[in-house]
Design a protein around this ligand. Structure first.
Ligand SMILES: Nc1ncnc2c1ncn2[C@@H]1O[C@H](COP(=O)(O)OP(=O)(O)OP(=O)(O)O)[C@@H](O)[C@H]1O
Ligand SMILES: [Mg+2]
Length: 432
């Protein structure tokens, strides 16, 4: 078999789409009719030399990369080719591995460039001040849009750092009560004994030390929104009182028998599974149903891999601007590490990490080696035991497909299953 044919087969096997031609003229026709990323060319060709091809390509298609193949006698000219813009040269004879490694480097370079271009368009992925283009985030954007005109209660659930407060603020500031106040209450931070008076206020003399009347969070939030963060931390007694507020839309100050009418939106959030707490008798069933009229569930970042690049770019831009490090670039391997990492602290963890690496960056590039060890080696000390075998299978299939640029034949080969089985799994796992 001819070298060109072997190369073509190997590359197709790896999942690349290959056009194979035997002259520069033919190559130019293919270039005109297709959008290509890379040319692999011999240096010595009939009529036109490899150097001429590079010049032509760099004049007309400046994003197209070139790998030059050369025999030993032409090595100096090949080195010259790099000066004219070829990415790399390979000296004959080379192994499949060498070729693939060089191609993978080029592919990374191209991906990086595309990421940077996406970067410029990041604002397209921002709605209500929230970054996202993954399916679950688009669904959440449409809920926020729909709730614009009215809602009484919304329950937001999701792991720590997934953006619950950000969504709560977006609901308030895009709703028709946006002129009213937004009052966040961290239920985990208020001692039980003070909770009722903090929420509903108290009248003078209602308990020892109540020297004057004081309004609570509910009165402050009137005509606006109260955000009850970490609602699972509320004591059973207070849960009962809150239920009554939701039912009657009125509150009682501690020490007063006079009801006060309130007109308010309530957004509650929890990073715990309230259903589990109900089963353990720690959360009231009836309160849950009252709050859960509309539920927004924020998936963890590791399940929103589509958002990882845009969030990374967003925070990189934000902190580069803030710390005057305008042209800092992320080295290619970082995004891949980010996409495989578990992010136990979700978006807050990512934001803090990027802030830290921007502050500490010394050169112009941030490299994978600068990341903490547990990220680099994808060591997961967190909640990996919560993953089922099915979860892991789904993730692995996604990774392999990604690696094969969605070429299902190549992916099936790596996975050791036939195409039909792969297709069935894609449907089962809803991977499109
Ligand atoms: N989609 C997003 N786009 C941009 N920034 C985000 C997004 N999601 C979260 N953030 C940022 O990440 C940080 C954490 O978000 P937030 O405080 O809303 O999370 P949380 O779910 O309330 O966390 P916790 O449960 O720990 O209170 C904030 O700085 C927020 O602005
Ligand atoms: Mg929060």
């Amino acid at each position: 078999m001819e070298t060109q044919e072997i190369l073509t087969r190997n590359l197709e096997y790896e999942g690349y789409r290959v056009h194979s031609v035997s002259s520069v003229e033919e190559a130019i026709i293919i270039l005109k009719n297709n959008s290509l990323d890379l040319i692999i060319t011999d240096f010595k060709m009939p009529k036109v030399t490899g150097l001429d091809l590079i010049k032509f390509v760099k004049d007309h298609y400046h994003n197209l990369e070139i790998i030059m193949i050369t025999g030993y006698p032409s090595i100096d000219s090949a080195k010259n080719a790099i000066k004219y813009g070829a990415y790399e040269y390979l000296l004959k004879p080379f192994t499949d591995h060498e070729l693939l490694e060089t191609i993978q480097k080029v592919v990374q370079k191209i991906k990086n460039r595309k990421n940077k271009q996406n970067n410029i368009n990041d604002n397209n992925f921002m709605q209500f001040g929230i970054i996202g283009k993954s399916k679950p985030m688009l669904k959440i954007f449409s809920i926020i849009e729909k709730l614009k005109n009215n809602f009484d209660t919304v329950l937001i659930t999701g792991e720590s750092g997934t953006g619950k407060e950000l969504i709560a603020r977006a609901l308030h500031y895009n709703g028709y009560r946006s002129n009213g106040p937004f009052v966040p209450v961290n239920c985990a931070a208020i001692p039980d004994s003070l909770f009722e008076s903090e929420l509903f206020g108290h009248v003078k003399g209602s308990f020892t030390g109540a020297d004057y009347s004081k309004l609570g969070f509910f009165q402050s939030a009137n005509n606006g929104t109260i955000f009850l963060d970490e609602i699972s931390e509320m004591s059973p007694l207070l849960q009962t009182k809150l239920l009554r507020v939701l039912q009657n839309k009125e509150i009682y100050m501690v020490g007063s028998a006079k009801p006060q009418k309130i007109d308010i939106q309530i957004i509650a959030s929890s990073n715990q599974d309230l259903n589990e707490l109900i089963q353990q008798n720690k959360f009231r069933n009836d309160l849950y149903y009252r709050l859960n009229v509309i539920n927004i569930t924020l998936p963890p970042l590791r399940e929103r891999t589509d958002d990882i690049i845009i969030l990374t770019n967003f925070f990189l831009n934000k902190y580069c601007n803030e710390y005057n490090k305008s042209d800092l670039v992320l080295e290619e391997d970082i995004i891949e590490i980010f996409q495989n990492y578990q992010w136990p602290g979700n978006i807050r963890e990512m934001e803090n990490l990027i802030k830290r690496i921007v502050i500490l960056a010394e050169g112009k590039t941030i490299k994978g080696v600068n990341l903490p060890d547990h990220m680099k080696y994808n060591l997961d000390f967190s909640n990996n035991y919560k993953q089922s075998l099915l979860d892991i299978e789904k993730k692995h299939i996604k990774k392999v497909l990604n690696h094969c640029h969605n070429n299902k034949t190549a992916a099936a080969k790596i996975l050791g299953i036939n195409r039909k089985t792969l297709r069935e799994k894609l449907i089962k796992f809803k991977i499109v």
